[in-house]
Design a protein around this ligand. Structure first.
Ligand code: NAD
Length: 468
């Protein structure tokens, strides 16, 4: 079912009724059988495979995303995740049988994997398909009814989702609500059994506050400034490639993009030299003409980024160009930045990479720890003790050594932030677990010996029965 329309003002719908109807569906029990879940996931897989070109086209329209990035970072990613879920679903739903003590040796001790009920998934615009549909699939796999709210800023992708979901999935159990802050505010007034939000930290706080009304559990997948530390022991050209790829895919509009680099002045010089070659190889002499660079999602974000480029004009080592007509920001590297500058205040979320010179790893750690916990910390070094140092002395959602972004696709690694970068995690089995309540259950019987074993609990109490 789809409610509202993204192009014009959304049709007024009574969201209280929508959620109530969703609850009726859950209470009827249709979403619980594993056969239903499997069928919905197979339908979703069909949606992905039959409409891959339409998905690529929608991403091209919203972000001028190249086919390669669309396939690698969204469509194939979704397909692989879904196949993994389908392959493991039988195993994941099975009740767990934990170990038990002597007193319970005759009893059943079980942990059931219960769906929460009616789940709300709110998506962001930067990976508008993946960030909404992947948690949605996990919620279905876990047996929930799901209401999804795509980001209104990725118009073509939101429209695709609103058109396709009702064609492939059970209309009573998977519901698309379109709209922006107004509709989301209204949705958040309703009672949900779980809320999964992806987006900025400020709205994350609004979601968290709304969830407290009904003590609804939440996952908040937020952002922040993810640092990169580079030392002198690395292969600088490979490092430049890995850092720049992570930074410039989707024009830097990636929650786990390297936000800034920390390194010594010597490493900074070598990195910039290598970066100049790499960027020329990738995007040619006129980056704006490259088909491989995305555009900024809208004029508000474009103006914010243009102002950042202007603010650090005197320190630009590479790039610095922009074009408001195309919402194009050239891949830009800024050297000799200090912690107090404007560009170091908020998450950049665009193709601008500042480098902050530090004396050594200890100074880098101090710099990182003086700020909010990042979503991910990247460390480039050939020295194990440096990896250990950063691992033990900093806190971040994830840690990735000698690469960027790639940790995100390891399906056995739960992905999520800590502190201001979020709470909760998903991917692979962690997605299923996120939407699953672990219901503990003790099943006793009436066997005489069992009753005898436990009879010391009954009054009148006798000290001699107590074990010491
Ligand atoms: P966005 O503007 O698309 O907003 C996210 C969602 O919140 C949308 O569905 C939107 O409709 C809703 N929303 C916006 N304002 C609201 C309000 N006042 N009240 C209620 N709902 C509201 O996305 P964004 O926040 O611009 O996304 C960018 C941020 O998301 C970055 O900080 C990025 O790091 C973060 N992000 C995190 C992850 C992650 O997995 N951790 C992934 C992508 C993006």
């Amino acid at each position: 079912m789809t409610l509202g329309t993204i192009n014009s003002k959304p049709k007024p719908v009574n969201l209280a009724d929508v959620v109530e109807k969703a609850r009726d569906t859950f209470n009827c029990g249709v979403t619980r059988p594993i056969e239903w879940r499997r069928q919905q996931l197979k339908n979703l897989l069909r949606l992905y495979t039959e409409n891959q070109n339409a998905m690529i086209a929608a991403l091209q329209k919203d972000l001028r995303r190249s086919k390669m990035e669309a396939v690698l970072l969204e469509t194939d990613y979704l397909i692989n995740d879904l196949k993994n879920t389908l392959n493991n679903l039988d195993e994941w739903v099975k009740p767990e049988r934990p170990s038990k003590g002597f007193v319970n040796m005759l009893d059943d001790v079980v942990i059931y994997n219960d769906p929460y009920g009616v789940v709300l998934v709110i998506g962001a615009w930067n990976y508008p398909l993946q960030l909404l549909l992947l948690p949605m699939a996990g919620a279905i796999a876990a047996g929930n009814v799901v209401i999804v709210k795509p980001s209104e800023l990725a118009v073509a992708c939101a429209q695709f989702i609103a058109e396709m979901i009702p064609k492939y999935l059970d209309n009573d159990a998977v519901i698309v609500v379109e709209g922006g802050p107004e509709e989301t505010t209204e949705l958040l007034k309703q009672r949900f059994d779980y809320i999964f939000y992806t987006g900025g930290t400020n709205v994350g706080k609004i979601v968290y506050e709304a969830a407290t009304k009904y003590l609804t559990p939440v996952t908040l997948e937020l952002g922040g400034k993810s640092p990169v530390y580079i030392d002198s022991t690395v292969d600088i050209r490979v490092t430049a490639k890995r850092v720049l790829w992570g930074k410039f895919i989707n024009a830097g509009q990636t929650c786990i993009a390297p936000d800034y680099v920390l390194c010594t002045k010597e490493v900074q010089d070598k990195f910039i030299e290598a970066a100049r070659d790499v960027l020329k190889e990738w995007y040619g002499d006129e980056a704006q003409k490259s088909p491989d660079l995305c555009r900024i999602i809208n004029s508000r974000h474009y103006s914010r980024l243009q102002a950042l480029v202007d603010a650090c004009k005197s320190k630009i080592a590479i790039g610095g160009g922009y074009d408001p007509k195309e919402r194009f920001i050239e891949p830009t590297i800024v050297a000799n930045v200090t912690g107090g500058e404007k560009i170091m205040e908020d998450e950049i979320f665009g193709p601008i990479l500042p480098i902050v010179p530090v004396e050594n790893a200890y100074e880098a750690i101090k710099f990182i720890n003086a700020r909010e916990h990042p979503l991910v910390l990247y460390v480039f070094s050939n020295q194990r003790n440096i990896h250990t140092l950063f691992n033990e002395q900093t806190r971040s959602g994830s840690l990735c050594v000698n690469d960027t972004i790639m940790f995100y696709s390891v399906e056995t690694l739960p992905f999520g932030g800590v502190g201001n970068s979020g709470m909760g995690a998903y991917h692979g089995k962690a997605t299923f677990d996120t939407f699953t309540h672990k219901k503990s259950c003790l099943i006793k019987n009436f066997a005489v010996i069992g009753e005898k074993l436990g009879s010391m609990r009954y009054p009148p109490y006798n000290d001699s029965n107590m074990s010491r």
